[in-house]
Design a protein around this ligand. Structure first.
Ligand SMILES: Cc1cc2nc3c(=O)[nH]c(=O)nc-3n(C[C@H](O)[C@H](O)[C@H](O)COP(=O)(O)OP(=O)(O)OC[C@H]3O[C@@H](n4cnc5c(N)ncnc54)[C@H](O)[C@@H]3O)c2cc1C
Ligand code: FES
Length: 275
């Protein structure tokens, strides 16, 4: 049994046991890891790709039997290298790190996920579904072929009272609108006890601002450039917080006063750039 009280920052080498092509640009890699299997929804791991890089990834699958997964969108060198990997290849895993989401019970909940943001909230949706919550889930993507986990969400929330709303930029699935606009309409039509959001920061900012206006407690999972993942290098700093240690999930009380939320992030050199 591995003790959680003594976190080890040494990568554990795991073998890829399954590769699922989810969309033309997104793939899921499954592996077995005991520590990850006990991760709270919203936590992330640092994935070491030998000879390439080490990058942060949310856990998109967490099962008690130790079978876990990451769901990767191809954007640059490291994510492309992960997409080239196959069953039997090995990566290093550090973590899980960060705080994760606080999981509601018996509440009326809104979840808003854009693009690959659904990867980080999928385990949260599964937990919320088990705890008698009434869920409205808004998922957005550029186009229908990029919409992730629709069938998985339908299946895992079959027992919960769930409403799934999808939007695409081109109208090829669901409504032709932005996920944030669909979420605002949902807030106009129903009263929610709390909201969760993960995805492009401008989308999360819009959702969070609407929540502030309506006094709905909100939790948002932020993405920042991360190098160490354990609070040393400062590359993930936003305002006075380090996203890897203090986040990645921040609640409305913090977000409301965080001037850099939705405006400024740091690039790989540490320079501040526009979100
Ligand atoms: C806590 C956390 C969880 C994440 N979970 C997922 C996930 O589940 N699935 C997924 O596909 N991606 C996730 N990401 C983003 C992922 O880590 C980056 O896309 C990846 O590091 C890019 O590496 P690369 O070498 O492929 O591209 P690079 O060449 O390093 O970057 C490509 C572009 O993406 C930008 N970028 C790189 N890293 C980040 C970052 N952390 N935040 C914002 N922009 C960045 C760069 O500035 C550049 O414009 C997560 C990031 C964080 C911080
Ligand atoms: S990634 Fe190094 S301090 Fe957060």
């Amino acid at each position: 049994m591995i003790s959680d009280s003594k976190p080890s920052h040494k990568p554990r080498i795991v073998e890829i046991e399954e590769k699922r092509i989810e969309t033309p640009t997104i793939a899921t890699l499954m592996f077995t890891d005991e520590r990850c299997s006990r991760a709270q929804p919203g936590k992330f791991v640092m994935i070491w790709i030998p000879s390439v890089d080490e990058i942060p990834m949310g856990l998109s699958y967490v099962t008690e039997k130790g079978y876990c997964g990451i769901t990767v969108r191809q954007v640059g060198e490291a994510t492309k290298a992960l997409h080239r990997m196959n069953v039997g290849d090995r990566v290093g895993v550090r973590g899980p790190y960060g705080n994760g989401f606080k999981v509601a019970e018996r509440e009326k909940v809104l979840i808003v996920a854009g693009g690959s943001g659904i990867a980080c909230v999928a385990p949260l949706i599964e937990e919320l579904g088990k705890r008698a919550n009434e869920l409205t889930i808004v998922i957005g993507a550029r186009t229908s072929s990029e919409l992730l986990f629709i069938e998985r969400i339908k299946k895992t929330t079959a027992k919960a009272k769930t409403r799934l709303l999808a939007s695409t930029d081109d109208g090829s699935y669901g409504s032709k609108s932005l996920a944030s606009d669909l979420a605002i309409t949902a807030m106009e039509n129903s009263k929610f006890d709390l909201a969760y959001t993960c995805g492009p920061e401008l989308m999360m900012k819009k959702v969070a601002e609407e929540c502030f206006r309506r006094d709905i407690p909100v939790q948002a999972s932020l993405e920042r450039m991360m190098k160490c993942g354990i609070g040393i290098c400062g590359s993930c700093v936003i305002g006075e917080y380090r996203v890897c240690k203090d986040g990645p999930v921040f609640d409305g009380g913090v977000l409301r006063n965080l001037l850099e939320f939705g405006t400024v992030r740091r690039d790989a050199s540490g320079m501040k750039v526009k979100v």
